[in-house]
Design a protein around this ligand. Structure first.
Ligand code: DAH
Length: 345
């Protein structure tokens, strides 16, 4: 039956050419479908005699079985090829080294802040936190800045809606903290008891319209306030000297209190330090403003300045960090460059 053999061969060829299962189903239809070649041959048998039908039918059936076998074989092959392809695409190289998630670390300024809090904490100072969006009263008024005083202009303030501003220093925390403290002890004080001393530091972000290698529009300060009945400039010197020795891990360091002016202290002093050794040796470096808290500021705390006295200071935390680690450009702290930051782990 060469005709049937030819059909089987052409089915095999067509199936072989089918590259996808869909192609294969199309090819199958050409032979086994309703109008396929085998089906047509079956229909053509109607006119044959019974004997011829029998032999012709058996031959067509054989051809049909051969085609079905070829179809099954090709289906299996295509499915296998598809699976191979998929496995290849999803292959894992288990010999590759793992990808580790990078470990972050604390920012050098955060490390300094932690250190400062810990040192002052050990000297009995509370740590207070307050708003970065302030109003004129806390940032200036309560601190004895007169209206229209040039000191306000010196602060290059960022103003925000509603007459509020971004605090230009951490000093507003003096009044915020002291007023709460006084409130807390009001009852005992009204019976004549002496107020427990105010001893607090307030670290945080501060803002000024300023930007160069040593100034950033956002920077960090730590405010300090100690108020009691007998707290003097001598105490400020002792506390701040102790702090510097601990913070910089050296006693080979001198402090100088240089007369200055702030509306909220009288007298006022700029605190400079000088290392006796190391790369910064021999230079006076300014690290803080300080002074005896002005009587009007004490009054604004709700206290009698005749009875309560003390000192305050405000230090630049970024500057202290630069000095401690020998960083010479403030902007490095705020660039977020991992190569720089990862050196402080
Ligand atoms: N607030 C001042 C500033 O940012 C620094 C300062 C000076 C704070 C004297 C004080 C102080 O508490 O007593 O320039």
């Amino acid at each position: 039956m060469t005709e049937l053999n030819a059909i089987v061969e052409s089915a095999r060829a067509a199936f072989g050419q089918a590259a996808t299962p869909a192609d294969l189903e199309n090819a199958k239809a050409q032979f086994l479908g309703k109008t396929g070649r085998i089906t047509e041959l079956m229909k053509g048998m109607a006119a044959l005699s019974v004997v011829d039908k029998k032999s012709r039918g058996a031959a067509i059936n054989l051809a049909k079985q051969a085609i079905e076998a070829a179809l099954t074989e090709r289906r299996t092959a295509l499915a296998q090829a598809e699976l191979d392809q998929q496995l290849k695409a999803e292959a894992l190289d288990v010999t590759l080294t793992g990808r580790k998630r990078g470990m972050g670390s604390l920012h050098p300024v955060s490390l300094s802040m932690e250190r400062i809090e810990q040192i002052f904490g050990s000297m009995g100072f509370d740590v207070a936190d307050g708003p970065e969006i302030e109003n004129d009263w806390y940032n200036f008024g309560a601190l004895n800045f007169p209206e229209d005083h040039p000191a306000r202009a010196m602060h290059d303030t960022f103003y925000v809606e509603g007459g509020n501003l971004l605090r230009t220093h951490t000093s507003p925390m003096q009044n915020r903290y002291a007023v709460q403290h006084v409130k807390k002890h009001k009852a005992e004080m009204s019976t004549g008891a002496v107020m427990p001393e105010i001893r607090v530091i307030a670290p945080g972000r501060t803002y000024r319209v300023d930007s160069d290698a040593t100034h950033s529009p956002m920077f960090h300060q730590v405010e300090g306030l100690w108020i009691g009945q007998n707290v003097s400039f001598k105490d400020l010197k002792v506390v701040f000297t102790d702090f510097c020795h601990t913070f910089f891990e050296t006693k080979e360091l001198e402090l100088r209190f240089r007369p200055s002016y702030f509306p909220f202290t009288e007298p006022s002093a700029e605190i400079d330090i000088q290392f006796q050794s190391g790369p910064l040796a021999g230079r006076w470096l300014e690290v803080a403003g300080s002074g005896q808290v002005h009587p009007r500021v004490v009054e604004n705390f709700g206290l009698d300045p005749e009875q309560y006295i003390g000192f305050a200071f405000g230090m630049g935390a970024d500057r202290l960090t630069m000095l401690r680690y020998g960083v010479n450009d403030l902007r490095l702290f705020f660039d977020g460059d991992v190569r720089f930051l990862s050196q402080f782990q």
